[in-house]
Design a protein around this ligand. Structure first.
Ligand code: FNR
Length: 373
């Protein structure tokens, strides 16, 4: 077998995965509007990518309306969204798969057109991101300067993660992943470029990490920490993020998450930051999975520009326990099977990543369908 180590079992909290090829969380902007509700097309897409004992991390979903940053991204804050997600989790479970939901708040990477009452997006501090937002009508507009959250609003924000975590459980997910990467709200608090606060949530590393750790603890209160994962991008740059000295910050954060008993750590290699926007390759930066592996006692998932052979090598060397694939899972619904047998992979079409219907979403063939053509 070409990728033998990837096809050995792995215990993830209470689950026994039968292989280590994980589907990375992927925003596809195809929820039903109004309401940003997952629909049957989305359930079909996840069912196509489910495999016996395989882990899917479903796309980033806003925990509260102000957490939305792009049009038609699904939410996990309303009862209709819960009912919509139930169709996807049922479909994945019917194929013997395990499915987690990624909990998302974009913070400043939003636009007033997504916000309740057209308000300004919120962030750690009033620091305007470079670049352009995708508005509710799919046009592009420069990001605005966000409003800094007041200290007394933070408990409400944590509460919205708790409610979203409960909703995810009601929707039939097997666990949740907290999105603390890629320039979104929790990372805006973590990193010094976007966090200029002078309260208990800004300044020192301990203070900047406080919000993430409060969220991780609160979500663990709902799920039990072993069913909670956290995604980080320690060295890359995405959505105009920035941290002058990532190593001490992430050493602290990862140590504290380990103490909380978080079930898995999901690190994105810097070479793939911004993969949703363009083909980028930040070479020469340290490998996050290699560097932080010794600090992490539980399951470590690595992501970012992996192919079958490099994923096999990373797991075989012990740098990661599993590897998450993003773009290749978009265009290869049966990616685990293809990697297992060493079959050729279908290339992805970037034009259909975001928004639209079945094209570039549910029409990529499985190997068995291709063979029949
Ligand atoms: C992404 N990525 C991403 N990451 C995340 O944490 N939550 C998300 O919802 C998304 N959405 C998303 C959409 C699209 C279309 C792409 C291409 C990427 C990043 C993704 O999970 C992964 O880390 C990168 O794509 C790098 O992995 P690959 O694609 O090189 O395997």
């Amino acid at each position: 077998m070409p990728n033998a180590t990837l096809f050995t079992p792995l215990h993830l909290g209470p689950y026994r995965l039968s292989h280590r090829v994980v589907m990375a969380p992927l925003t596809r902007m195809r929820a039903a509007r109004p309401g940003n509700v997952p629909r049957l097309l989305n359930a079909e897409y996840y069912a196509q990518r489910a495999s016996e004992g395989g882990l899917i991390i479903a796309e980033a979903s806003q925990v509260t309306p102000s957490g939305q940053g792009v049009p038609a991204s699904p939410g996990i804050h309303s009862s209709v969204q819960v009912a919509g997600w139930k169709k996807a989790t049922d479909a994945v479970h019917a194929k013997g798969g395990v499915i987690y939901l990624q909990l998302w708040h974009v913070g400043r990477i939003s636009h007033p057109s997504h916000q309740p009452d057209g308000a300004l997006p919120v962030s750690a501090s009033a620091v305007q991101p470079k670049g352009e937002a995708t508005t509710a009508s799919f046009t592009r507009e420069p990001f605005e300067t966000p409003r800094a959250l007041r200290t007394d609003e933070i408990p409400l924000l944590v509460e919205s993660y708790i409610q979203a975590a409960r909703n995810a459980r009601e929707a039939g997910f097997d666990g949740v992943e907290i999105h603390a990467a890629n320039g979104y709200l929790l990372e805006q608090f973590l990193q010094s470029r976007t966090n200029l606060r002078q309260d208990a949530y800004g300044g020192s590393i301990e203070n900047r990490a406080r919000l993430l750790l409060e969220v991780a603890e609160a979500v663990s209160g709902v799920w039990g920490s072993e069913r909670v994962g956290v995604r980080l991008l320690p060295f890359g740059v995405a959505n105009d993020s920035g941290e002058e000295d990532p190593q001490p910050l992430y050493t602290y954060v990862i140590g504290a998450l380990a103490q909380l008993g978080i079930g898995y750590l999901h690190v994105i290699e810097p070479r793939a930051s911004g993969a949703g926007q363009a083909e980028v390759d930040h070479q020469g930066l340290p490998s996050a999975s290699e560097l932080f592996r010794p600090l992490w006692p539980k399951v470590l998932i690595a992501a970012g520009n992996y192919r079958g052979d490099t994923a096999e090598a990373a797991v075989a060397a012990g740098h990661a326990d599993a590897v998450a694939f993003g773009r290749l899972f978009i265009s290869n619904p049966d990616l685990p099977e293809r990697l297992r047998v060493g079959a050729p992979l279908t290339p992805y079409n970037r034009r259909t990543f975001y928004g639209g219907e079945a094209e570039g979403y549910t029409d990529y063939p499985a190997l068995s369908e291709q063979a029949a053509e």
